[in-house]
Design a protein around this ligand. Structure first.
Ligand code: NAG
Ligand code: NAG
Ligand code: NAG
Ligand code: NAG
Ligand code: NAG
Length: 499
């Protein structure tokens, strides 16, 4: 079987879609590329973390690793809030660079801003290198949501007790996150209510695990609608292209043509043709996630409204494959810097794929399928049994597909009615919205104060980005509601406490 990572074409944040006989993990995409202008700055520190928070024997308690944390105190004043970004699947700088909203609002709350790297991503490797940390199950076993959240809890305690001087008390903590990070932000409030007063959970598909939502084809259906809204004939062209690529891939001449049209780094063989289809599949998914109203460099360097821009390119010729290749150029080579198309690279960049593959295989399973009669993608059924079988062999470990449903809640009969102070936002243009609460649930999903907002013109966590003149009204409104919620959760102001 092909390496799951090479098949994985979707983006980071999560995801899982079956590709051919194999499976592909789609990261949800919270990941970003690095060449964003750096307006916000931070200090980088490393803290010691326990490899295993849940074993009390001395040897376990003494086994430590270094976790990276970014801190900005420009606007912090004693008594101010702590805004804590719960890092997700990638190097933490990527999130800091693409989550300008937190910096934008910090002054209004005298807030310290902290971004904490998730274990097993970036440089926060429990066993030295990435390779070593995933070398066998005795090393990879500490990559769980529960361990990562315990890291964040320890970070918050340490920041309060040690980092901020005793006079400079900090007792109002708001967690923030997008995508998988948004789930973590929400779950931190749910599981550590004594440490976290409220959470901003943007584009977090908390309602998408096995046994919660049975409509696994919904993300690809939504993507198809987004492309149709951009240009009505666009989905039909994409839909037609899959068989044509397969057919051309059947002959040497056809493979040469494909290699040339898509300017692939390697001359395509038959595996390469499959890789090309998978790459394109991931590209559409990612493009829908980052379908932002202004140019960004989140998953790739892209113009404003890239979906529309892609569809426009499909007008260049009557030949479908030529038009798809022109559109793929727009996605992969907008800056004109790309020498050739590397199909081994993920359309979403190369962030944290090993760790995400592990998580999406064993604990964070997010079922996704496609169906060519209802969307523009090839048929891919999601079969939990074969998915799990593949993953268990790949990681020599046991998957727990239903664990998160019971641990955090979600789905019928396991709702969030015990939670409070969590702001859920989803973008109507975002494929992950189908696993988010705003599309699925009514207002009242918690015991108290869980705003549940659908951002009409928003793709994947647009609300977390810095404000921009091109921001649609709907995202301005969401940010305003988020600020109001944080005001409720941070008042009255902190009083000094003995820690
Ligand atoms: C990690 O392992 C892979 C394959 O085993 C190897 O190709 C690569 O060079 C290693 N990377 C490092 C940094 O050791
Ligand atoms: C592309 O073609 C479609 C239909 O063929 C048309 O509706 C659309 O306006 C065209 N777009 C551009 C930018 O030419
Ligand atoms: C990227 O764009 C530049 C400028 O248009 C072009 O010279 C180059 O061939 C393109 N690269 C690929 C891989 O298409
Ligand atoms: C695709 O959708 C159609 C219509 O809803 C349904 O009859 C069919 O079983 C689905 N196919 C797959 C592979 O799920
Ligand atoms: C898988 O794990 C078992 C122990 O649970 C070990 O005996 C076996 O060697 C491992 N297999 C591989 C391929 O690493």
């Amino acid at each position: 079987m092909v390496n799951i990572l090479q098949e994985a074409m979707i983006t980071l944040l999560f995801l899982a879609a079956l590709v051919q006989t194999g499976l592909s993990q789609r990261l949800m995409g919270s990941l970003l590329k690095n060449h964003v202008p750096q307006e916000n700055t931070w200090k980088t520190i490393f803290v010691k973390q326990k490899v295993d928070h849940f074993a009390f024997d001395r040897a376990s308690q003494e086994r430590l690793f270094s976790q990276k944390i970014l801190i900005n105190l420009d606007h912090w004043k004693p008594g101010g809030a702590l805004f804590f970004y719960t890092g997700n699947e990638g190097a933490i700088e990527l999130f800091a660079q693409n989550t300008g909203f937190i910096f934008d609002i910090a002054p209004a709350f005298d807030a310290a801003v902290v971004f904490a790297e998730h274990r097993y991503y970036g440089v926060s490797m429990p066993f030295g290198s990435l390779n070593e940390s995933f070398s066998d199950w005795t090393k990879s076993r500490y990559l769980t949501v529960e361990q990562a959240m315990a890291d964040f809890a320890e970070n918050i305690v340490w920041l309060r007790k040690t980092y901020f001087k005793s006079d400079d008390y900090v007792t109002r903590v708001i967690t923030f996150g997008g995508s998988y990070g948004g789930m973590l932000a929400a779950w931190m409030r749910a599981k550590y209510p004594g440490l976290v007063q409220g959470a901003i959970a943007a584009s977090a598909p908390v309602w998408m695990f096995p046994g919660m939502s049975q409509d696994t084809a919904a993300p690809y259906r939504l993507i198809t609608e987004v492309f149709r809204d951009a240009q009505s004939d666009c989905p039909a062209k994409i839909s037609k292209s899959w068989d044509m690529i397969t057919k051309m891939g059947g002959t040497k001449t056809g493979r040469n043509q494909l290699s040339k049209l898509f300017r692939t780094c390697k001359q395509l063989d038959s595996d390469g043709v499959v890789a090309l289809s998978n790459w394109l599949n991931g590209m559409y998914f990612d493009m829908a996630m980052v379908n932002y109203p202004y140019p960004t460099s989140f998953l790739a360097d892209l113009p404003a409204w890239p979906v529309k821009e892609f569809c426009k390119r499909t007008n260049v010729s009557d030949d479908v494959i030529t038009t798809i290749a022109a559109g793929a150029q727009m996605y992969s080579n907008y800056t004109g810097q790309l020498r050739c198309l590397d199909l081994d690279s993920d359309p979403a960049g190369d962030l944290g794929m090993t760790g995400w593959d592990f998580q999406a295989c064993l604990e964070m399973i997010l079922p996704i399928s496609s169906n060519r009669s209802t969307d523009m993608f090839p048929d891919e059924q999601f079969d939990l049994e074969s998915y799990v079988a593949y993953c268990e062999e790949r990681w020599n470990s046991t998957a727990r597909p239903f664990w998160l449903k019971y641990y955090f809640g979600g789905g019928d009969g396991y709702d969030f009615s015990g939670f409070s102070n969590i702001f859920f936002s989803n973008g109507r243009l975002d494929p992950w919205a189908v696993g988010g609460t705003a599309l699925i649930l009514d207002e009242d999903i918690c015991l108290s104060d869980c705003p549940n907002v659908l951002i009409e013109d928003g793709a994947h966590h647009l609300d977390l980005r810095s404000s921009n003149p091109a921001d649609p009204e709907s995202v301005l409104m969401a940010r305003k509601l988020e600020v109001e919620a944080i005001k409720r959760w941070t008042s009255p102001p902190a009083t000094k406490v003995e820690l």
